[in-house]
Design a protein around this ligand. Structure first.
Ligand code: AMP
Ligand code: ZN
Length: 115
C-alpha cells in the first residue's frame, strides 16, 4: 500500500527503532510509548486490521502471537506484558495496518476501568 505508514516502515522508507525482523514480520518501538517498553509487531503484508485477516493468514498470525513472548522477554519484560490489537474505528485503531502492541514495564494499569 503506497500511503500506509507501516508499509513504508516495512519497506525501509521511514526509519524505525527495530526490535525484530524476518521475511514476514517486523517489530519496532512505538514512537509514542505508553510504558517503559512499548513495541509493535506488524506483518509485512498489508492487512488493514484483524477484520481483513482470513484463514489464509492463520499461520502468519499464529507466528506473530508466538513471537510476542520471546521478543517481550528479549526487551526485558521478564514478568509479563500486555498485547493489544486495536481493531477498527470502534476499537480505537489509528494506523490501519494490522499491528500487535506489546507493552510492559513499570505500572501497567487495569486495561478497563470499572466504576
Ligand atoms: P493504534 O491506535 O493501535 O492504531 O496505534 C498506532 C500506534 O502507532 C500509536 O501507538 C503510535 O504511537 C504508533 N506510531 C505511529 N507512527 C509511528 C511511527 N512512525 N513509528 C512508530 N510508531 C508509530
Ligand atoms: Zn500497510
Amino acid at each position: 500500500m503506497d500511503n500506509c505508514i507501516f508499509c513504508k516502515i516495512a519497506r525501509g522508507e521511514i526509519p524505525c527503532r527495530k526490535v525484530y525482523e524476518d521475511s514476514e514480520v517486523l517489530a519496532f518501538h512505538d514512537i509514542n510509548p505508553v510504558a517503559p517498553v512499548h513495541f509493535m509487531m506488524i506483518p509485512k503484508l498489508h492487512l488493514a486490521s484483524l477484520v481483513e485477516a482470513g484463514e489464509a493468514h492463520t499461520a502468519l498470525l499464529g507466528k506473530m502471537l508466538l513471537l510476542a513472548p520471546r521478543l517481550a522477554k528479549e526487551q526485558g519484560l521478564e514478568n509479563g506484558f500486555r498485547a493489544v490489537i486495536n481493531t477498527g474505528k470502534g476499537g480505537g485503531q489509528e494506523v490501519f495496518h494490522l499491528h500487535i502492541h506489546v507493552i510492559g514495564g513499570g505500572n501497567i494499569p487495569p486495561m478497563v476501568r470499572r466504576s
